[in-house]
Write a protein that binds this ligand. Structure first.
Ligand code: NI
Length: 156
């Protein structure tokens, strides 16, 4: 496993619509392992493949204290509610913003064995699911911020 270099804005890979994974082979397994290691190295809650320069529909999420969730070809099938919360992204270092996200999110995806599963998330998991799946469509959280006073630089 290796820790890979984090891509940050304005890297064009973050703006591409990532391709579907058609075959979950050894290269995808290695990609997932590297993504998990990179997520741990950067203390992130989630990571999408475009963030390490791979334009494929793969994401990993780890809510503190819970197991890593691997999502291959994930799709949001239902969103419910709306709330305002604070968000940041490893690809936008030094910034934090305030955006609207759903309260609960239902997702279908394949796991790393290729088996389809459904997952309902609320709280931090719902936020991470929307955030990481956005990355697969070339969307970064700052795109949801219309009022620039809702995006601020973090002081060290
Ligand atoms: Ni992000």
């Amino acid at each position: 496993m290796s820790v890979l270099k984090m891509r940050t804005l304005p890297d064009p890979v973050l703006r591409q619509k990532a391709s579907k994974v058609s075959k979950i082979d050894g290269s995808i397994q290695k990609l997932i392992d590297d993504m998990i290691e990179t997520m741990h190295a950067d203390a992130g809650v989630g990571l999408a493949a475009p963030q390490i320069g791979v334009s494929l529909r793969v994401a990993v999420i780890e809510i503190p204290g819970e197991e890593v969730i691997t999502l291959i070809n994930p799709e949001i099938i239902k969103r419910q509610g709306e709330r305002v919360l604070q968000e940041a992204c490893l690809s936008v270092p030094g910034y934090q913003g305030e955006i609207k996200r759903a309260v609960t999110v239902k997702v279908k995806a394949q796991n790393r064995q290729g088996k389809e599963f459904r997952l309902k998330g609320e709280g931090l998991l719902a936020q991470a699911l929307e955030h990481e799946i956005d990355h697969l469509d070339g969307v970064v959280y700052v795109d949801h911020i219309k009022d620039q006073s809702k995006l601020w630089e973090l002081s060290e």
